[in-house]
Design a protein around this ligand. Sequence first.
Ligand code: HEC
Ligand code: HEC
Ligand code: HEC
Ligand code: HEC
Ligand code: HEC
Ligand code: HEC
Length: 451
Amino acid sequence: MLKETINCEFHPTVKKNRYQHMTQVTNRKLNSRFQLLSLFFLILFSTSSYAQDGDPVTGKALFNTNCAACHSLDKKLTGPALRNFETRLSDEQGLDREWIDAWIRNSSAVIKSGDAYAVKIYAEYNNAAMTPMPQLSDEDINNILAYTAQPKAAPQAGGEATTQTDEQSTSGLSNEIILGALAILFMLLAIGLYLVNKTLRRFAAANNVNVPITENRIPLWKAFVKNQFLILVVSIFFLLASAYFAFGYFMQLGVDQGYQPVQPIHFSHKIHTGDNKIDCKYCHSSARVSKTSGIPSLNVCMNCHKSIYEVSPETATAEYSKEFYDGEINRLYAAVGWDDADQRYTGETQPVKWIRVHNLPDFVYYNHSQHVSVAGLECQTCHGPVEEMEEVYQYSPLTMAWCLDCHKKTNVNVQGNEYYAKIHEELSKKYGVDQLSVAQMGGLECGKCHY
Ligand code: HEC
Ligand code: HEC
Ligand code: HEC
Ligand code: HEC
Ligand code: HEC
Ligand code: HEC
């Protein structure tokens, strides 16, 4: 599968670039084969070739390699949308294939020649120059034209997801059927019992058997009130249970382990850091050098998302469709005020209020660089497998016991740290150990963590 969105210059590890490279390599192979093939056809029919003769599949590969950085078929990017441009240019501007060839091979030459349409469109696109591509053969351009002349496919990207939701709704349906059947069964049982009861009574009456009358029995609650032992047992049970739940509740206060708020933009760490291997510090750049890690500003997002305006169909899952993800990218655009159709900022921004997941009380001092840079801890030690999280949640309890526990268990990393060398020497003698734990260095002192 070839991907159409490409080019995130800012981050070399993004898979788009790999795909682009692969297409380039396969293109070369395809090209030479295709040229042989077309030579054969030329000899056979000895007719000149029209766009209709081109191969849309080869054309798509050529398009992705040479044009997709600036053009898409149906959407204005750096350059105009190119679906059916041959027909469009010939119908609306009276431009022929010769013009198209000349334009694609060297557009600035056409502009310099004073060609009216060339000058006009160049100005319309803010004098953005198209890369000259003299290497493209007539056949190559044929293939590109064949690809761009293809009719727009019906949206099928979310197909997979749609079937999934269908499945889900059928399973929901079958659940309802089971519930309904159970309800009917119970009703039949109840009616049956009632009928049996009624017939038995009729039989009894017919045979003159004395049926006990309910009114003569003591009601259940009176029997209960009379039995003091039972009351004692039940009240003890209730007291114990409520104490247990109250204790559990108060122990939970302020501990938000597992907290996973719904964010204003659905930002998937799994897609960004897991699938696309973007380094944590690309976005949380201050974790290394300062007290806080910080949340990246939306400009950081736009480094990539100016050109990544949709996710590939493979990214969609049963739970989240491609439409959903594309919609979230559009929310990002709305927030930064990016008009994707016109490829420009409108200046109308709506700040995104990310909801904080991790939050220590104000009276606690915690420092990221101390743990990430000095201690050399991985983010995942405290934040868990973030690269697998569709949405971030609080992995660790963040209680005082949690901090102290690690400080007791972990040794200080003194290698290559001159500041620690002397303290380490003194303290390790005092404690008689080779390796000092954070606790022995003073990591349990109240003042280190409390203001
Ligand atoms: C570096 C960006 C870039 C690349 C790569 C590029 N184009 Fe363009 N293209 C433009 C821009 C910008 C314009 C608008 C005119 C201008 O500013 O020169 C344009 C205009 C055009 C036009 C004429 C305008 C119209 O009305 O349709 C055609 C045809 C065209 N490009 C085809 C192609 C093809 C085919 C390829 C690939 C073989 C390609 N371009 C590659 C940037 C690019
Ligand atoms: C492409 C940018 C980006 C990358 C890369 C990234 N993050 Fe994030 N991170 C964000 C954004 C945006 C938020 C705020 C939204 C949210 O909480 O989901 C966030 C939130 C978080 C939070 C929760 C912050 C809070 O509110 O308490 C943690 C923890 C986190 N990231 C850890 C990581 C780790 C670990 C990695 C590397 C595996 C990583 N991030 C990579 C952008 C990024
Ligand atoms: C280094 C490049 C890069 C940066 C920076 C980046 N993204 Fe992405 N983003 C991607 C890629 C790649 C995809 C997935 C495209 C695919 O799967 O086809 C993506 C997908 C998305 C999606 C759709 C999937 C999802 O996560 O819901 C959203 C929304 C999104 N990004 C928002 C953001 C936000 C907000 C930021 C800034 C905090 C950001 N991105 C920063 C590269 C980036
Ligand atoms: C020793 C445990 C630990 C390690 C290692 C760690 N964090 Fe944190 N992180 C925390 C704690 C605790 C908080 C809450 C801080 C607060 O509320 O003041 C936090 C908060 C955050 C936040 C929320 C914003 C902020 O700065 O308060 C982000 C984002 C974050 N961490 C990202 C990262 C990244 C990225 C890494 C790896 C480079 C990392 N963390 C390594 C414990 C850790
Ligand atoms: C996964 C282990 C781990 C956890 C969890 C952890 N720390 Fe630490 N912490 C360390 C290590 C290792 C060091 C020693 C760093 C160094 O070499 O200076 C350290 C050092 C410190 C220091 C400096 C101590 C000194 O003697 O100068 C403070 C303050 C601190 N941590 C606070 C906290 C707080 C607050 C928490 C809980 C919110 C916490 N830490 C959770 C591993 C941890
Ligand atoms: C390694 C860091 C660290 C050290 C050392 C530390 N604390 Fe704490 N302490 C915390 C954190 C983190 C919290 C917040 C826990 C929470 O919100 O559940 C806390 C909370 C508290 C609270 C509030 C109790 C509560 O549950 O809200 C008190 C009181 C307290 N600490 C006293 C002390 C005293 C006294 C010492 C010295 C013996 C000490 N702490 C040493 C990290 C530390």
